[in-house]
Design a binder for this molecule. Sequence first.
Ligand code: GCB
Length: 599
Amino acid sequence: MLERMEGAENALACLHDEDYDVPFNTQSLNADGLVFMGGRQQELLNGEWNFCVDLLDTGLRQKWHTLQPEAPEDRSEPYDYDPYLGETVPVPSCWSMLKEKWYFFEGSAWYTRAVDFDGLGADERLFLRVGAAQYDCKVFLNGAFLGNHYGGSTPFNVELSEYIKTGRNWLMLVVNNTRTRDRVPMRNTDWFNYGGIYRDVSLIRTPKTFIKDLYVALVGDDSYSKIAIDVEVDGETSQPVQVAIAELGLTCAIPLERDGRGSVIIEARPELWSPESPRLYDVEATVGADRVRDRIGFRQIKQIGEQLYLNGESLFLRGISVHEDDEVHGKVLLDSDLERRFRHAKELNCNFMRFAHYPHDERAAKMADELGFLLWEEIPVYWAIDFANPATLKDAQNQLRELIRRDRNRASVIIWSVGNENPDTDERLAFMRALVETANSMDPTRLTSAACLVNHAKNRIEDRLAQYINVIGINEYYGWYDENFDDLIEFLDNSDPGKPVVISETGADGYIGEGKLESGFFSEAYMAEVYKKQIATLREREFVKGISPWILYDFRVERRQNMYQRGWNRKGLIASDKETKKQAFHLLSAFYGELKGKA
Ligand code: GCB
């Protein structure tokens, strides 16, 4: 617990201390702390929280977390904010969407709420889980600093067991969305920098000894008859972990090493998961009083030369890219929004989606598992990351590990992407290789990729990272940023990638609102023309094993302000209302329909 200095002493010290945030910028909450969630009860802490924007970080300077919840008239000193009284906001939400004056706000904001707790049993532990807070989140309970998390799109846990009291507790989260050069993403992006706690916050009770991680996957050769199960247990036990897949008539006991980890490979013949037949199995694991569950599909994804195979059958990815963005809710993803996203992807005849440019809500991959979509998941290593900075690598690696731990039981996820449009420098190569190694070591059952830039100097596919990844993503905008469309033909002719290429982006802006144009850049007609040409050209190329055009819906962004954009990227096949389809939607749907018919 950080001591609070009294009155004038504190008021003065906090004005002169520019290292006020050093004790709190610990990045201490990381992937190693994640608690496996499948089948666990959560007590949601969503709802109204006290709230205050804090542009100058006055709160950390004055140590607002140490303020007692006294009545205003009982205070022994003046203070500049009262965490216990005043304005409230809903959690989850993005503050940018709540008030016009907060729209562009970037800085810290304080969230405070009471947690009335009925006590912890003798054999219990308690964890706080935050689904996502953009970008940096510091956690305080009853005045004690419990840790700090970096990364705006992945979940994190904090153990509260030693700090929670029976009765009333005060939980404070300080969330900061300042864009800086060393973060992941860095300060320049082509999507909106929403701020806030925008996914669920909850409490989780576990037994003293609990299953911290469970990873189940089909492995081995083409007989599709081996399932690997890895478990990790936190706490003392001499018992093995029992795992059952009832529908396969399978049970096994996994003995644990000293570090609490154990693994087995068992013989099994599951029906394979695929987009056409998204078969999932209930998997249950128990140790002592702890029990977790997951619904898991078994499938094999493989890259050989320029080919992709799903369960041994050659695969073409009929995809679409999608952001997590909404006109009204910002980054908060409603179930109805998610359902609509998949409905539109089905209408497009897709079997694949690229979740750009950061980890999406975990419900999305679960739904893809159920509905039968293949996914590309990604971390926001976007554009000019500070590749030479070890702290930046640590942050990127942590986000990747959190994502993989969160989603590696999802059959839908076939690709981990480690970045987007990064320049081919030595520093970037070392940085990205480290990420690829992390992905491969945590999850050898999936492919790696990155959305690479066109090598404009040579107009061909050439990127040193290509030798380390399985699938070469290429973002190409021939017909838009590269106005000479025929250069695409030359680009493809010049290339000999030796690996499958997924056109991870292509497209054009098409504005269909008031004042729309009938032809030329930003017109719907021009956008459709680009799609026609792209489709006609890309379909002819053997090494192109998938396409995920940019993008399903128009999305909000600060950096685009011409009169057809007005703060929006208009490359959506559907406008920002998520209803109005542009011509290009129908073109892509017809093309994918034809491919689907042939498959
Ligand atoms: C890109 C980026 C994407 C942008 C898109 C565009 O290459 O990867 O984030 O939004 O182009 O519209 O320019």
